[in-house]
Design a protein around this ligand. Structure first.
Ligand SMILES: Cc1ncc(COP(=O)(O)O)c(C=O)c1O
Length: 389
């Protein structure tokens, strides 16, 4: 069929494909340990669900402003001030259909054909594809394991050309789990300030899932100059276990938000109306649920990290954030896809091949699951690795 050329530009999502395979194996009765999914394993906290139910009962079932109801944008502005020391008016915020949609809207609003977007590798799967859909050009910068998979100021400087329009910063990171320190972020901001045409999008969707005293710092908080060139992308999926609700947001200077709202107004329009009321409760009510989930993830991280550390020929950094580990499989002599496929076939453990994130030397495991599955899965991975070592 004669489809649009843009369809050929994008790669299918490997993460969704492996997750689907694991789910279908499980549906046919196979005992699968899945470390594939990128979502918290908790139900959405009750008070958030109640707020959405109440909204439904009150007839909040009609269209809203395309950028979201003002009460939610006010709650997001208050959160950005409270947690991130960023001052935004509600008009500088657009509520989107998840963080993914925030980023997509941004690429569509900002990029012209041929504009370059700097993406550190390993990257979250959708960044390059969104850039390509918006006719931009992804410019990959390979980070090193010894530097904790973080881009250095020198690497950033070297990657910037007159065509660079945007730098994608994701901390805590999916898939590495790494958290940039305030000093590291400041050093990157200083590089960006030397190049006035470059914006930075700070994807902060994992900001609440952070361990061992690591601190989340938003690049826009350093100075008014960098604030003016920062776009915050975030959402409710990870911190509040609301992946299926599809609520995210962008915050930026008014011109960018106006442009994103224009695009959203002619594509998806507002997100689900009663979901917006649930999101207000998430931000304005007690944050105890966020802390409970964070503590649970901290325990699971420890169990999975210890489980993997005992497997010879696998090496693994211990990240400070998100809910992923990214062990290095180089010593095993398999591609990441071969590793993932064989592990699923032979030991019924689902993981994501690193090639989905731009690195073939690693695989990604999510520990957002129960501890029993983590222990059983690590035992199976150990058996698998021994069988090929
Ligand atoms: C780094 C990162 N950014 C953005 C998103 C988008 O999240 P959502 O669209 O579910 O809000 C994800 C989801 O996995 C992610 O890992």
């Amino acid at each position: 069929m004669n489809l649009a050329n843009r369809v050929g530009l994008v790669a299918p999502s490997l993460t969704l494909a492996i997750d689907a395979k694991a789910k279908s194996l499980r549906a046919s009765g196979v005992d699968v340990c899945s470390f594939a999914a990128g979502e918290p394993d908790f139900d959405t906290p009750t008070h958030i669900k109640e707020a959405a139910k109440l909204a439904l009962d009150q007839g909040k079932t009609k269209y809203t402003a395309a950028a979201g109801i003002i009460e939610l944008r006010q709650a997001i502005a208050a959160k950005l001030l409270r947690d991130n020391q960023l001052t935004y008016a509600p008009e500088q915020i657009i509520v989107t259909n998840g963080g993914k949609h925030s980023l997509y809207n941004l690429m569509m609003a900002l990029l012209n054909e041929g504009d370059e977007v700097i993406i550190p590798v390993p990257f979250w799967v959708s960044y390059p594809e969104m850039v390509k859909l918006a006719q931009g050009v992804p410019k990959f910068v390979m980070t090193s394991e010894t530097n904790g998979y973080k881009i250095t100021p020198d690497q950033l400087e070297a990657a910037i050309t007159p065509k660079t329009k945007l730098f994608v910063l994701n901390s805590p990171s999916n898939p590495t789990g790494m958290v940039y320190s305030p000093a590291e972020i400041k050093a990157l901001a200083e590089v960006l300030l030397r190049h006035e045409q470059v914006f930075v999008v700070s994807d902060e969707i994992y900001e609440k899932i952070i361990y061992d005293g690591a601190q989340h710092f938003s690049i826009g908080a350093f100075s008014p100059e960098i604030f003016a060139r920062t776009i915050i992308s975030s959402g409710f999926a990870k911190a509040y276990s609301m992946t299926g609700w599809r609520v995210g947001y962008l915050a930026a200077v008014p011109e960018i938000i106006k442009a994103a709202t224009l695009i959203q107004g002619h594509s998806t329009s507002n997100i689900c109306t009663f979901a917006q009321y649930g999101a207000i409760a998430a931000l304005n009510d007690s944050q105890d649920c966020v802390e409970e989930m964070r503590l649970s993830f901290a325990t699971k991280r420890e169990v999975m990290y210890q489980g993997l550390a005992q497997i010879p020929n696998l090496t693994c950094l211990k990240p400070d954030g998100a809910f992923y580990l990214l062990p290095n499989i180089t010593k095993l002599g398999l591609t990441s896809m071969e590793f993932a496929e064989r592990l699923l076939e032979q030991q019924q453990v689902a993981i994501i091949p690193g090639i989905a994130f731009g690195v073939d030397s690693n695989v990604r495991l999510s520990y957002a699951t129960d501890i029993e599955t983590i222990k059983k899965g690590c035992d199976r991975i150990s058996k698998f690795v021994q069988s090929i070592s």
